[in-house]
Every structure is written in C-alpha cells, then in structure tokens.
Design a protein around this ligand. Structure first.
Ligand code: 2BA
Length: 109
C-alpha cells in the first residue's frame, strides 16, 4: 500500500475529491497553507493499493491545473530613510505537488 500526499490548489480540491470518490478511492482533506505564498491550499491524504497507484496519480494529474498568481515578494528592497517595500512577483502554482510514501501498516480499529 502507498500513502499519497497531494498538495493542490483550493480551486481544484472539490473536483479532485469528487472524481477520486467516484472511482472508489478514499480521501482525507486537510486545510493547509503554503509556506511561500502564505495562502490557503488543500492537502489530500490517500491510502491506495499498489495496483491502483498509477490510476490515482493519473486522476490527480488530469484534474489539477497550474495557474499563475501574483504574490508579494518576501524579499524587500531598501529605501531611503530606512523605508522598505516588497514588490509583486508572478509565480506559477501547481497543478499538484505529490509525495508517495510506502505504508508499513494500515489498520482500522
Ligand atoms: P507555496 O509554498 O505557497 O508555494 C506556491 C508557489 O510559489 C510554488 O508552487 C512555486 O511556484 C512558488 N515558490 C515556492 N517557493 C518559492 C521560492 N523560494 N522562490 C520562488 N518561488 C517559489 P508549487 O511548487 O506548485 O507549490 C505549491 C505548494 O505545494 C506550495 O505552496 C507548498 O504548500 C507545497 N509544496 C511545494 N513543494 C513542497 C515541498 N518540497 N515540500 C512541502 N510542500 C511543498
């Protein structure tokens, strides 16, 4: 068995969960925050049999779209008189950041 940890954009989360459940997968949804943009994203936990790993990965790849976002740069520019200002930058986010871990044991009590 594998544990898929998929970090996706909030805009894709409900469509992705719906598609996964329709196909017989189980999922847990966590509300998370990206460290760089400091804006909300969604992390899904999926326990899947090895035989269905590629299928689950294919659904994630198909549903999750990459998008550009404007963010305030964490780097500040020094100004006169000790004034500092961040500046907007464009970043491409997603489709999905996915980790796949091998599960030693899976138990439901
Ligand atoms: P955030 O950390 O908010 O990052 C959002 C997007 O900002 C990233 O998209 C990337 O395009 C950009 N970005 C991140 N760090 C950057 C930096 N130091 N300089 C310039 N641009 C930077 P994605 O790569 O698609 O990542 C989307 C979200 O996935 C991330 O949100 C974070 O929550 C998670 N993530 C990505 N890589 C990760 C990793 N290695 N470990 C844990 N979480 C990760």
């Amino acid at each position: 068995m594998k544990l898929i940890i998929a970090i996706v954009q909030d805009e894709d989360a409900n469509h992705l969960i719906g598609t996964l459940l329709d196909e017989g997968f189980s999922a847990t949804k966590l509300a998370t925050t990206g460290g760089f943009l400091k804006s909300g994203n969604t992390t899904l936990l999926l326990g899947v049999d090895d035989s269905r790993l590629e299928e689950a990965m294919g659904i994630i790849e198909k549903v999750c779209k990459s998008r550009t976002q404007i963010a305030a740069s964490p780097v500040t520019m020094g100004g006169s008189g000790g004034m500092y200002a961040s500046f907007p930058i464009e970043v491409t986010v997603g489709g999905a950041t996915v980790f796949v871990l091998t599960v030693d044991q899976f138990v439901k009590y």
